[in-house]
Design a protein around this ligand. Structure first.
Ligand code: BMA
Length: 338
């Protein structure tokens, strides 16, 4: 393996080799989708979800829209990363004083371990408007909410897995209160996860599959070549939005600077479970597992706002592909202050 990866390694992650004759940069798991409609009595659809290695298996925070069509985040456990036991009741939060503190709604969670703490970011209701909610747990039993990171309207808050130059760093995508027909990726820093500043623009929506808006997906993966950021891009068609995903490499010390950015998508909705569902044509990645020894990667993505699906690849191949298929746009390679 050429690339050095610094991440929580997932030795026993699910895996299937690339099928014979397949030339795609990532390939779909043959058992997709892995979870879907009516998984528990209270949950109607389980999709854009995040997980990490935990104990001898995996733990996840799963987006589940309930039988009232409200967005909730539930805890889930798995031994193999494929078969999940989802709790029927949403995660119960407390505030920093230990009092119950439930979000009115919560969706599209991300999950990251920093030192001995697991941080969860999600799109939360803040005065009934969306922004980035945050909380943490150390044991997946007590879940403590901290201050919302940003003002409304914002979505797709994704924390880096370590401090950079002494500060926590988070990607986000300022939005509106609806189905947001615009959106670029920004980055912010904080010394304490309470006060956020030093805002920079990372990259903008551009053309084709990523012409309408873009948003960060899984927690960025640290490599010796830069931060590997998998992100979704949206195309506006006459029949609605189409969510695909691609990748970029961001500078290690100054991640507002884009080194490479994929001009083609890595994966676009093609399988039935991606093109048919509650919201057709959505592939929305929120999480990835990597084996740091051999560079295997498993990308977990929501499919059609109805299912969770998995795609496999190699970090080495993704980085080579990125270098060959990169197109930087105006401002991508500069520090985005203007
Ligand atoms: C976005 C979010 C995602 C969803 C996507 C497609 O605005 O709501 O949760 O997957 O739209 O419906």
């Amino acid at each position: 393996m050429k690339t050095k990866i610094i991440a929580q390694s997932a030795k026993n992650m699910p895996w299937e080799p690339r099928p014979a004759g397949n030339n795609e940069i990532v390939w779909r798991y043959s058992g997709n989708p892995i979870i879907g409609r009516n998984a528990t009595p209270s949950t109607a659809r389980v999709f854009n979800s995040a997980l990490v290695p935990y104990g001898d298996g995996f733990v996840g925070v799963f987006r589940a829209d309930d039988i009232y069509t409200m967005m909730r985040v539930h805890l889930a456990h798995s031994k193999d990363g494929i078969n999940w036991e989802l709790e029927d009741k949403p995660i119960q939060w407390v505030d920093e004083q230990g009092k119950p503190y439930q979000p009115h709604y919560a969706y599209d969670p991300r999950l990251v371990k920093i030192e001995d703490t697991y941080y969860i970011m999600w799109c939360t209701s803040f005065g009934y408007n969306p922004t980035i909610g945050m909380g943490y747990t150390k044991d997946f039993k007590t879940f403590t909410r901290i201050e919302n990171a940003f003002l409304p309207f914002n979505r797709n808050g994704v924390l880096f897995p370590r401090k950079i130059n002494g500060n926590y760093v988070m990607l986000s995508r300022p939005s509106d209160n609806g189905h947001t027909p615009f959106g670029d990726i920004f980055i912010s820093e904080s010394p304490d996860l309470v006060y956020w500043g030093k805002h920079r623009k990372v990259m903008a929506a551009t053309e084709g599959w990523q012409h309408l808006k873009i948003g960060a997906g899984p927690i960025p993966i640290e490599t010796n070549e830069g931060w590997l950021m998998i992100y979704h891009g949206v195309l506006h068609t006459c029949n609605g939005y189409v969510y695909s995903f691609g990748a970029a490499l961001l500078d290690l010390e100054e991640p507002s600077k884009v080194l490479y950015r994929s001009e083609p998508y890595m994966l676009t909705p093609e399988a039935d479970y991606e093109t048919i569902g509650f919201v057709p044509n959505v592939a929305f990645p929120c999480s990835a597992l990597v084996d740091t020894d051999d560079g295997r990667i498993a990308i977990y993505y929501g499919a059609a706002d109805t299912h969770i699906a998995v795609a496999f690849g190699y970090v080495d191949e993704i980085i080579d592909w990125l270098k060959k298929n990169s197109k930087l746009y105006h401002g991508d390679d500069t520090i985005g202050r203007d």
